[in-house]
Design a protein around this ligand. Structure first.
Ligand code: GAR
Length: 210
């Protein structure tokens, strides 16, 4: 299955997926890395890995979200993309885009959803005093960080944690679960039943424990 990864910045989750996809037998081909910012550091990483890249600058569309998304759709079509993976892509997508890519659009978010949707998740977790925090991979529905959850990983919040230490602990788990969840989708192992997602092969969820 041909996958596009959409980024806005560093692209460490993108890099983790590229590493996984380079292993023979991985069920997805990364057909495109698309950024809405020309200065996204992840673009150079993708280029170094020999993956096609494109930039559709959201800024140049000045609030014309439909126009911005049409330009993105053109790139996705040009590269034969079948599944879109958001990886630190910091633009909210319109209802139309989300509907067109229903069940073929996936996101990684740095919290245990449905807790801490939106930005600044690690600080908010620290302020809330939760003892477990983590990350979620979910299919995208309209609304910020909305949609059926495909995979999650939890980490402890330690007394000495600050935002940086907690973010680093969560990020390590993001890099583990995102390539796995994309593989399940690409291999056709995911069944969506209303707002609940089931991974068809029990062995697949076991793989995350390794
Ligand atoms: C990641 O922690 C990702 O979960 C988060 O942005 C970071 C991007 O890092 N995404 C969101 O907050 C989206 N709601 P990366 O560019 O190194 O993958």
């Amino acid at each position: 299955m041909r996958v596009a990864i959409l980024i806005s910045g560093r692209g460490s989750n993108m890099a983790a997926v590229l590493r996984a996809a380079a292993v023979p037998g991985y069920p997805a081909t990364i057909a495109l890395v698309l950024s809405n910012r020309v200065d996204a550091a992840g673009l150079a990483v993708a280029q170094a890995a020999g993956v096609p890249t494109a930039v559709v600058e959201s800024r140049s569309f000045k609030g014309d979200r439909a126009g911005f998304e049409l330009a993105m759709e053109a790139e996705l079509a040009r590269h034969g993309v079948e599944l879109v993976a958001l990886a630190g892509f910091m633009r909210v997508l319109t209802e139309g885009f989300v509907a067109r890519w229903r069940d073929r659009l996936v996101n990684i978010h740095p919290s245990l959803l449905p807790l801490f949707k939106g930005l600044d998740t690690h600080n908010r977790a620290l302020e809330a005093g939760v003892k477990l925090h983590g990350c979620s991979v979910h299919l995208v529905r309209f609304g910020v960080d909305e949609g059926p959850i495909l995979a999650q990983a939890a980490v402890p919040v330690l007394p000495e944690d600050d935002e940086a230490s907690l973010a680093a602990r969560v990020l390590e788990q993001e890099h583990r679960i995102y390539p796995a969840a994309i593989a399940w989708l690409a291999a056709g192992l995911v069944r969506v039943e209303g707002d609940v997602v089931r991974v068809a092969a029990p062995a697949a969820s076991g793989a995350l424990a390794n």
